[in-house]
Design a binder for this molecule. Structure first.
Ligand SMILES: Cc1cc2nc3c(=O)[nH]c(=O)nc-3n(C[C@H](O)[C@H](O)[C@H](O)COP(=O)(O)OP(=O)(O)OC[C@H]3O[C@@H](n4cnc5c(N)ncnc54)[C@H](O)[C@@H]3O)c2cc1C
Length: 473
């Protein structure tokens, strides 16, 4: 029975629009759509719609707008800030893009691919590879997240250092606005200065301005060589110095530089039941990858030479270079297992923060001091895309009997670490977005004039506030 304020009549109209087998109205089958990956946010909904075309998305939104029915766009539901999850009101319809998953066109000469928004990221990567091209957006959730969700969150991931964030990888977009009108800007152009770059409005808009239905994305030449290595480093300052030096010495061939601290490595070794990477334990580690699209490039020699140079200067203490593809896969498996392992490691607060790379040392040192002054003994796990100045900083309460105390001081920890990050000219949300999780930080740290401009944009595109209400603003 429908217990929401949305009338049965409208629910029935929406079901007819999507057609049989393209909706869920039975609560028993909705679980996967109602809470987020970490189970930090959950809600309810009377109806999940799975449109199969842009026209259908447009018809859904036209009806919803006319009747002031609120909608939550949903991709792979891997977002980490509660943006894809409905509220507890029961008055929001979920629009899942999962059935709009066709790769419409691949143009290897133009280095572009045109895709529907519900395409899973790893399927896009695989399709590009078959044509000797790559789509370089890469993140641990790539087997489930969708390109529409990647663009709506302006996802980062491990390739940003070389290829940029999602918004730098898109050339054209098709979007359905709140009133059902379709903005078709599926351009395949690298140069197009014809007025405002409207598509960029939707990058990172988290479903609050419209539903992305199709996109033209950029491809790159296939990687012919790559080599990866795990580095042991004496401290954070040396870590960023090593990166700066390796970039020069390798002719800027570094395509990833991922940091992991000692606690992360200890957790990985224990949970994945593998021996220590080195014979000794170190405090700081980085996974570095070099890639090249030139066939004859000897990246191994280039990397070994660059590492030797940094060992001489004292910025690197030790290094293991992957001797074959399977060792390289193992190194990446370490890094990519971390979010999952940490999720089940106990009660935590987590930060997705960034600062200019040159200020990372100050950030970590000052954060450690702040944590040392707290009444609880917290254990930190720090990893992330350090090449982009982006850290994922987890703080765990290691003693269960203090869980109430931990709960009470979580907000204080958050505000201290976010204040610190902002003092260092950083960001309190480097790549995951605002969603429900960081609305108060947006209010606190964003200038009034910027918030007013965002509100103006929102009001212009979605005057009835039906698009993902309660998220971002
Ligand atoms: C293990 C793991 C690792 C991760 N690693 C990274 C990482 O390295 N870098 C990173 O940036 N993120 C990372 N994330 C976060 C997440 O995967 C990304 O934010 C991803 O881009 C979300 O895509 P999705 O399809 O799952 O979107 P969802 O979670 O379904 O939605 C995210 C937001 O986008 C909106 N949305 C979804 N689809 C559309 C659409 N078609 N049109 C309009 N709005 C839409 C939703 O309303 C919501 O606000 C990780 C998550 C996990 C679980």
């Amino acid at each position: 029975m429908n217990k929401s304020n949305i009338s049965n009549e409208i629910i029935d109209q929406l079901k007819v629009i999507v057609g049989e087998n393209n909706f869920i109205d039975d609560v028993k089958n909705m679980n996967a759509y109602l809470s987020d990956w970490r189970n930090h946010f959950s809600g309810i909904s009377p109806l999940i719609l799975k449109p199969t075309s842009t026209k259908i998305v447009s018809e859904i939104l036209a009806i919803c707008n006319k009747n002031s029915v609120q909608v939550v766009p949903q991709g792979g539901n891997t977002g980490l800030v509660g943006g894809s999850v409905p509220s507890a009101s029961g008055d929001e319809v979920i629009i899942s893009l999962e059935k709009m998953n066709t790769i419409l066109d691949i143009d290897p000469v133009n280095y572009t691919m045109t895709v529907e928004a519900g395409c899973i990221l790893s399927n896009i990567q695989d399709t590009a590879l078959k044509k000797n091209r790559i789509f370089p957006l890469s993140l641990a959730a790539e087997g489930s997240c969708q390109i529409g969700g990647n663009l709506a969150t302006n996802a980062g991931g491990t390739g940003v250092l070389h290829y940029g964030n999602a918004k730098e990888l898109v050339l054209g977009l098709e979007v359905v606005l709140a009133d059902g009108s379709i903005i078709n800007s599926l351009k395949q152009l690298r140069k197009d200065n014809t007025g405002y770059d409207v598509k960029q409005l939707f990058m990172g808009s988290e479903g609050t301005l419209g539903i992305i239905t199709k996109a033209v994305i950029k491809l790159f030449p296939v990687t012919e060589n790559n080599v990866s290595s795990i580095l042991a480093l004496p401290n954070i300052e040396s870590t960023v110095n090593a990166l700066a030096n390796l970039r020069v010495k390798t002719g800027d061939s570094i395509t990833a530089f991922e940091y992991m601290d000692k606690n992360c490595i200890d957790l990985l070794m224990k949970q994945l039941k593998v021996n220590d990477i080195f014979n000794k334990k170190y405090n700081h580690y980085a996974l570095v990858e070099l890639s090249s699209s030139r066939k004859g490039d000897n990246l191994l020699a280039l990397l070994e030479d660059a590492i030797s140079n940094s060992i001489e200067s004292g910025d690197i203490i030790d290094a293991i270079v992957a001797s074959n593809e399977s060792q390289s896969v193992q190194f990446w498996n370490f890094r990519e297992s971390l979010p999952d392992l940490l999720k089940t490691n106990g009660d935590f607060v987590t930060f997705d923060i960034s600062v200019p790379i040159s200020k990372l040392k100050e950030l970590i040192e000052k954060a450690e001091k702040i944590c040392a002054q707290l009444p609880l003994n917290l254990k930190s796990y720090i990893f992330g895309h350090i090449g982009d100045g982006n850290l994922h900083y987890y703080l765990f309460n290691s003693e269960e009997e203090f869980s109430n105390e931990f709960f009470k001081i979580k907000d204080k920890i958050k505000s201290s670490l976010y204040d610190l990050t902002m003092q260092l000219d950083g960001s309190y949300s480097a790549e995951h977005g605002i969603g429900q999780a960081k609305k108060s930080e947006l209010k606190k740290y964003c200038s009034q004039s910027e918030i007013e401009l965002m509100q103006l944009i929102k009001k212009t595109l979605d005057p009835k506030n039906i698009m993902n209400p309660g998220k971002v603003l």
